[in-house]
Write a protein that binds this ligand. Structure first.
Ligand code: PHB
Ligand code: FE
Length: 333
């Protein structure tokens, strides 16, 4: 069998949903829940972990759309993935002391394409019509429609907005406007829609640009989905709009910075290895925070807010932090 063949069953006669297998992990869903099952490495004892289908699909959507992101993507305190850049480690219980100390945790590493193909197939089969895992809960239907009920491929296959040049410059994706089908979000009706006036020296019209980032973000139709909006060497500005709960707990493999642009987000910060609580952080407009390289974090935004996530894409960083060559905090006070 081809190593990239997805292992799946026929739709269940009871629920209509297919089951999937990835290495020793199996995945199934019913009307309300998703079940992840795996054998304990030493004894083979089967362990079953249950999650709400709604939370699972929101997390799976991010893991797929972000290509497994930087470091860990924890779906919850038990199940998740670590990006090894070319390979993906899938784990259950490995970063949860109750499972790990009782020898119930499993970690398995796969080439990235098979994890991606399996996760995309799960997302496709388990997302019913009317449910958009990227949308704020108030702006979409429910993940729970009982037995399998249609698809929402338009939502789960939407491409992430990634700039090729600075937005607004020729050759880049068009800015979000009413005409391009991106209306101003209900929470951002007070955001000015004016664009700056740019007067370039003749000959530099294709080099100099400015745009209204607040207007751009006011028209975002998704939540908790940073889009790369500027690239300067390894420095990526990834602004995003946030509402409700970040569907994953991100375990950093490098330092990352947050700049709160509007409204308010509260962050739970925990140990990356154990999930032990480490800090609670409430960020208001203008606040800047640095997430250290050894934590996991999850944000809560009661009203749609604007956040700038600043990432350093240097591929050497995970090694430098893991080996202790770089301090896990960028500043020592
Ligand atoms: C993060 O993990 O740092 C993160 C992810 C998605 C967001 C914001 C922050 O929308
Ligand atoms: Fe993060």
């Amino acid at each position: 069998m081809n190593a990239n063949t997805i292992i799946t069953t026929a739709p269940s006669k009871l629920t209509g949903y297919c089951e999937f297998q990835l290495g020793n992990f199996s995945f199934s869903r019913d009307e309300y829940f998703v079940y992840v099952r795996w054998p304990a490495p030493a004894t083979g004892t089967q362990t079953t972990h249950v999650m709400s289908a709604d939370a699972f699909l929101r997390a799976m959507m991010r893991d797929v759309a972000w290509g497994f992101f930087y470091g860990q993507v924890n779906f919850d305190a038990v199940f998740g993935t670590t990006n090894l850049y070319g390979q993906v480690e899938v784990y259950a219980g490995a970063f949860n002391p109750a499972y790990a100390s009782n020898k119930l945790a499993l970690k398995e590493t796969f080439d990235t394409p098979i994890v991606m193909a399996t996760f995309k197939a799960i997302l496709d089969d388990w997302t019913n019509k009317g449910f958009d895992p990227f949308a704020a809960p108030e702006e979409t239907g429910t993940a729970w429609l009982g037995q399998k009920n249609g698809h929402n491929r338009e939502a789960i296959d939407r491409a992430r907005a990634t700039c090729r040049r600075m937005p607004g410059l020729k050759g880049d994706a068009p800015l979000r406007t009413d005409d391009s089908g991106y209306p101003v979000n209900r929470a951002f009706r007070d955001v000015s829609q004016d664009e700056p006036v740019v007067m370039a020296e003749p000959g530099f019209e294709n080099e100099v640009s400015a745009f209204n980032l607040f207007k751009f973000l006011s028209r975002s139709d998704v939540t908790w989905n940073p889009s790369i909006t500027s690239v300067c060497k390894e420095s990526l500005f990834c602004p995003t709009t946030e509402e409700y709960i970040l569907p994953i707990k991100h375990g950093n493999d490098r330092v990352e910075w947050f700049l709160q642009l509007s409204d308010e987000i509260t962050w739970d910060v925990e140990s990356k290895e154990t999930g032990m609580p480490r800090a609670k952080l409430t960020m208001r407009p203008g606040d800047v925070a640095c997430m250290p390289a050894d934590i996991r974090h999850q944000g809560f935004s009661h009203k749609r807010s604007m956040l700038l996530v600043w990432e350093n894409a240097n591929p050497e960083l995970p090694k430098l932090y893991a080996s202790g060559k770089l301090p896990i905090n960028p500043i020592a006070f």
